[in-house]
Design a protein around this ligand. Structure first.
Ligand SMILES: Cc1cc2nc3c(=O)[nH]c(=O)nc-3n(C[C@H](O)[C@H](O)[C@H](O)COP(=O)(O)O)c2cc1C
Length: 406
């Protein structure tokens, strides 16, 4: 937990969360920060709260205490979106301060009532509405519907040029007091870039069209800093994270980095023999490769790699007339996140009549993934030398296809 000063009268209160699955589902090897912000004009506003997980509301209150901010002096709670990772502490806050107003979008107000049975003193704001906190801190609201939740909005402080962007422009990765791009070295910025891809592909990716619209809206604001709900604050170069997010939006459609992700699974090592050969062949080529085994590697990790990759190789056997189940689960998830337009190749072992390929085709069709596959290589039992040679040739074909796009 930490509290830092972004600029005069504007503070960040940050709580790190580790050892949980985000949304009960997504592995976070490097944790996540949940960021709240305080703006002190003549009146004080708190933007986005924290989750209600054990100990976290108390942590936020302790941070306020360190800043010598009496929770009772907080006049406005601005809820950029109602997802419980940012609003779960409202009930704890109500016990301390009974006299505050909640500022949120119309949809946010509906969710507030549904989740917390709270409808008193709610100020509903729309795009371009403003709230004057005094001392020049006039806040403008920017609706960003469906940048994750339907009620999402951002809050822009016209005095400081800070965009409090909610889930947009966020990343995984815990933070410390050096939670600012101007205080981080290149390696650390690179770390948060990787965490941003993981966060984007796992949490926001399915909403890439609304993110694109939100980015277009940002062009009309004189943004000097970006302070998201998760991850670091972009104080020196906010354009970097805007540009990164624009790239992630475009990666959804298929033309991503010159990279290949190989996802594989094997019960008795038959497919694995071909995978070992494929990896050796890939290593000879001048292209970056991510290798993930199912079910061992988590969906979130695989999604992040595929999001970045223009090429995908799938290697799995037939299992009960269908695909090896953990591979099907990963593909279904890729389909739901609309990771479309990849260049792809599949190989794998079968025992008698096969069936994996049929299910693969069905999933690709079902989610309109539009992956362009090179002819697959299937082999009965253990791969023979001719199977391996063919796999090697097809991999070269895939790499050529990917390379020709750059
Ligand atoms: C539980 C189980 C179900 C299987 N179902 C099929 C099947 O429906 N059709 C088929 O052709 N082979 C089937 N096989 C055979 C495997 O596809 C075959 O053993 C293959 O070589 C396994 O490759 P792996 O060692 O890479 O897992 C099945 C094997 C197991 C263990």
């Amino acid at each position: 937990m930490n509290q830092t000063k972004i600029t005069d009268n504007v503070y960040q209160l940050s709580v790190n969360v580790e050892d949980i699955l985000f949304e009960g589902l997504w592995e976070m090897p490097n944790g996540v920060s949940i960021n709240s912000y305080i703006i002190k004009g003549q009146k004080t506003a708190l933007i986005d709260g924290v989750c209600g997980w054990d100990g976290v509301p108390e942590t936020l209150l302790a941070l306020l205490d360190k800043l010598e901010i009496d929770p009772k002096s907080i006049e406005y709670l601005i809820i950029n979106h109602m997802e419980p990772d940012h609003s779960g502490w409202i009930e704890a806050f109500k016990k301390i301060n009974s006299d505050f107003k909640i500022v949120c979008s119309q949809k946010g107000a509906e969710l507030l009532e549904a989740f917390y049975n709270h409808s008193d003193n709610v100020i509903i704001v729309k795009d371009k509405d403003t709230l004057d906190l005094g001392n020049g801190h006039v806040l403008e609201f920017v609706e960003m519907p469906n940048v994750h939740w339907p009620d999402t909005m951002a809050t822009f402080d016209t005095k400081t040029g800070i965009l409090f962007s909610c889930d947009a422009f966020g990343s995984f990765g815990t933070v410390n007091e050096s939670n600012y791009d101007d205080l981080l070295n290149e390696e650390e910025i690179d770390f948060y870039e990787k965490e941003a891809v993981r966060y984007y592909s796992n949490i926001i990716g399915a909403f890439s069209l609304p993110v694109k619209k939100a980015i277009e809206k940002c062009e009309n604001l004189l943004i000097k800093m970006i302070a998201p709900g998760h991850g670091i604050v972009w104080r020196k170069n906010p354009n970097k994270i805007i540009e990164d997010y624009s790239r992630y939006v475009s990666y959804q459609k298929g033309l991503a980095k010159k990279e290949i992700t190989l996802i594989w699974g094997s019960m008795y090592g038959m497919t694995q023999k071909a995978v070992d050969y494929a990896i050796k062949e890939l290593e000879k080529e001048n292209i970056s490769v991510n290798v993930h085994k199912v079910p061992e590697d988590s969906w979130g990790t695989i999604l992040a790699s595929v999001w970045n990759s223009t090429g995908v190789i799938l290697a799995m056997p037939t299992y009960e007339y269908k695909m090896f189940p953990p591979m099907a689960a990963v593909l279904e998830e890729l389909g739901k996140k609309k990771a479309v337009g990849r260049k792809a190749f599949r190989f794998g072992s079968y025992g008698w009549s096969g069936g994996a390929q049929k299910e693969l085709d069905e999933i690709i069709d079902k989610y309109k993934m539009n992956w362009e596959f090179i002819e697959p290589v299937e082999f009965k039992g253990s791969p023979r030398e001719e199977d391996l040679n063919l796999i090697g040739l097809r991999i070269k074909e895939l790499i050529n296809t990917v390379n020709n796009l750059f």
